[in-house]
Write a protein that binds this ligand. Structure first.
Ligand code: PLP
Length: 378
């Protein structure tokens, strides 16, 4: 990972002198997003806490930024747990395949474990007994039970049984749920309604209710014409409707980091095929995998400079140039290695900024034919 000096950051506005492709990370955006999330949530909730979903982007500078803003960390593996423990003890552990070694470490540090299945519950019971006979100060066992649909957590019928078992152990602290990702308001409301329907059937007052993530990134919110407030308003209404007074835990991922990272890629070739114009770049879906669901925007880094000079020389030609439609493609031998469309004027050696790639892109980036692009922290 490289860090740009102030001088380099200024130069970058013209042409970065660093080898492409690379991700450019801006931690001040993450801090702004984290503060905005907490500030907006405070308008609607008095008792809540926020845990950043580490899998969304686990770059050290990202974790450092969110923890500095007072957030905890939500992890899903030993690697993430070890990394998180370097920053904080405020951790939630999720995942359907938690191994003994992971559970032991989580138990030792009093991490809140969101349990996924009955075998895991039994394993936690056994491990905690073993650990308390060895640990000097004993261990603190915090348990959450995860309600799920599909492969995650306990389904509606087994959920009640799981809650019973966890209550008998005397550790049950939280109920948890995760509604999905990049959600519109209808999907968010529907998912949480299904969860609260089950929770209210239990008629137990829980200390914590973990409602997971699901908040769209800012670009998608703009497309959907919604604000962060809308998610909180929907949740508030549901909590009132179901008479739930627990402390609320949020696990946002993409909202906090999506717009904090861009991918800088260079145009190597421009070619015409079957009447279409292609700009071939040194990064494509290997660095911005479709699975990330990133809502990207493509911008030319030296655009303003070129358009200004064009204006002076030839107005007519400039208008024509701006209307050219380029298909932005990457370096892979895959025909779906297409990032998107750019309408404007592109030349060989131009640098393109692929914006909004802070969430799930670096984590999911492929090492196919090429290494993952390096990261530069502004
Ligand atoms: C359990 C859990 N919590 C939180 C998140 C973060 O979700 P998002 O990035 O949509 O906010 C995820 C993402 O998949 C998740 O699985």
């Amino acid at each position: 990972m490289l860090t740009l000096s102030k001088k380099q950051t200024k130069q970058k506005q013209k042409l970065p002198a660093v080898q492409t492709p690379f991700y450019l990370l801006n931690c001040s955006i993450i801090k702004q997003n984290a503060k905005a999330f907490v500030k907006t949530a405070s308008k609607y909730f008095t008792n809540f806490d926020v845990f950043y979903s580490v899998k969304t982007n686990d770059i050290t500078a990202v974790l450092d930024s969110v923890v500095k803003c007072g957030l905890g960390l939500e992890v899903a593996s030993l690697r993430e747990l070890k990394k998180a423990l370097k920053f904080t003890k405020k951790i939630i552990f999720n995942g359907p395949c938690k191994k003994r070694v992971e559970l032991k470490l989580a138990l030792k540090h009093g991490v809140l474990i969101n349990v996924d299945n009955f075998t895991e519950l039994e394993l936690i019971k056994r491990l905690s007994k073993q650990l308390s006979s060895h640990a000097e100060a004993g261990i603190s066992v915090r348990l959450g039970i995860r309600y799920g649909v599909g492969k995650h957590g306990f389904d509606k019928t087994s959920f009640f049984d799981a809650v019973d078992k966890a209550l008998q152990l005397g550790w049950l602290e939280a109920l948890s749920f995760h509604p999905g990702t990049q959600l519109n308001m209808n999907k968010y409301r529907a998912a949480l309604t299904a969860f609260f329907d089950v929770v209210s059937d239990l008629s137990i007052n829980f200390k914590l209710i973990d409602v997971g993530g699901g908040f769209a990134d800012k670009a998608r919110m703009k497309t959907l014409n919604i604000k962060l407030d809308d998610y909180f308003i929907a949740l508030c209404d549901l909590l009132k409707h179901y008479h739930i007074n627990a402390k609320i835990i949020f696990e946002p991922g993409r909202y906090l980091v999506a717009d904090a990272m861009q991918l800088i890629t260079k145009v190597y070739y421009i070619k015409q095929n079957s009447g279409k114009l292609y700009a071939v770049c040194d990064a494509g879906i290997n660095a911005v995998p479709k699975l990330s669901l990133a809502q990207i925007e493509i911008e030319k880094l030296n655009k303003q400079h070129k358009e200004k000079s064009n204006k002076k020389t030839n107005k007519k030609q400039n208008t024509k140039q701006r209307q050219v439609r380029y298909i932005i493609t990457g370096p892979l031998l895959f025909s779906n290695d297409v990032l998107g469309i750019y309408n404007g004027n592109i030349e060989i050696n131009d640098l393109l900024a692929i914006k909004n790639v802070g969430a799930y892109c670096y984590a999911l980036a492929w090492q196919l034919s090429y290494k993952k692009p390096h990261i530069i922290v502004e």
